[in-house]
Design a protein around this ligand. Structure first.
Ligand code: NDP
Length: 334
């Protein structure tokens, strides 16, 4: 298939490129600058221009951002929309997080409908942020669970709420678009919690590493040597399993029209510290020495069976993910 991948410079998108190419697909990714585009191409010296190229999309918060990018010759058959801001450096929640997430999602769907009639499959990276109900966890989270956050809470609480709102309202807008417009393509959403794993994407320095890997970078740099920090997000998935989920969702017809809660399960910072200690003895002095045992109970259950049954996912272990992440951070200078 010929695939348009948005947010090509991102942590997750970089792994999507790998799995798309491995699957024999040809990929056009979007980036905000030629500098980023060229650097990403240089990571794939064996890919021909037909197999991998890029197009500039500067700001997905612009309603018409994707109008030209969705046009291609040969035409696109599928779109993976991963681009969306994931950070908490928020001055203006609407401008910094909500607009790019929501307008980015509706903008690409409208652009496909208007300008890319050959597209049959659209896969959108949503999030566990669109599933979780932090005020009252259900007994079990699955694809039927929705974050009940209001726009007022997203705009006026804190940066975490603004991010969770951005993902919730963007995903809702996608499903509403499908329901109202009945487009010529199907939509699937992929809803991961914290994503960990090797960093292979474009980034300037370890200081600007993507948000979900900051915690493990901080372990490696000795920031927690005086004490283990609390675990904020307690569910995780490896980035390679997540990238494969995106690619399978465009390949498998039975994935159409579905949400996928893609998670390997629970984790915590004690487990992360144990894994780093065991696999990287040289880093022992940078890690906390004494910390509490793992919690034996978590506040809810999870059901990830749809991701296994429909997408055929077999989740990697936390040990594989953390070990490969630390190796990649060391290769980047940590
Ligand atoms: P990254 O920050 O590495 O990637 C985000 C991508 O979105 C980058 O390519 C970035 O471009 C692009 N982007 C952000 N804002 C804009 C904008 N206004 N205009 C154009 N491009 C923009 O994060 P991840 O790879 O982790 O995240 C990718 C997706 O996965 C997001 O949708 C995120 O919400 C979702 N997700 C991530 C999780 C995680 O733990 N990592 C968990 C759940 C969901 P640039 O580099 O130029 O800024």
């Amino acid at each position: 298939m010929r695939v348009l991948l948005t947010g090509g410079s991102g942590f997750i998108a970089a792994h999507c490129v790998d799995y798309l190419l491995q699957g024999g697909h040809s990929v056009v990714f979007t980036v905000r600058s030629h500098d980023k585009g060229r650097k990403i191409l240089s990571n794939h010296p064996k890919a021909s221009e037909d197999q991998l190229s890029y197009v500039i999309v500067e700001d997905i918060a612009n309603e018409s951002a994707f109008d030209e990018a969705v046009k291609s010759n040969p035409p696109f058959e599928a779109v993976l929309h991963t681009a969306s801001p994931f950070h908490f450096n928020v001055k203006d929640p609407k401008k910094d997080l909500l607009d790019p997430a929501i307008i980015g999602t509706t903008g690409i769907l409208k652009a496909i409908q208007r300008n890319a009639p050959s597209v049959k499959r659209v896969v959108i990276t949503s999030s566990f942020a669109a599933i979780v109900n932090a005020k009252k966890h259900p007994e079990t989270y699955d694809e039927a669970s929705w974050n009940p956050i209001t726009m007022d809470e997203a705009l006026h609480t804190d940066p975490g709420s603004a991010y969770r709102g951005s993902k919730t309202f963007a995903e809702k807008a996608a499903w509403e678009f499908v329901e109202k417009e009945k487009p010529n393509f199907t939509v699937s959403t992929i809803n991961p919690p914290l994503v960990l794993g090797p960093v292979v994407h474009y980034f300037n320095s370890l200081d600007s590493i993507n948000t979900s890997n900051e915690n493990v970078r901080d372990f490696v740099q000795g920031k927690f040597k005086d004490g283990l920090p609390p675990t904020r997000v307690i569910l995780w998935v490896d980035v390679r399993d997540l990238a494969l989920a995106h690619v399978r969702a465009i390949e498998r017809p039975e994935a159409a029209g579905k949400r996928f809660f893609v998670t390997a399960g629970f984790f915590n910072n004690a487990k992360v510290a144990d894994i780093i200690k065991k696999n990287f003895p040289d880093l022992k002095s940078k890690l906390p020495q004494n910390y509490e045992e793992d919690p034996k109970e978590y506040p809810y259950k999870i059901d990830n069976s749809r991701s296994k049954e429909v997408l055929g996912l077999q989740y990697r272990s936390l040990e594989d993910s953390i070990t490969d992440l630390v190796k990649s951070l060391q290769a980047a200078g940590a």
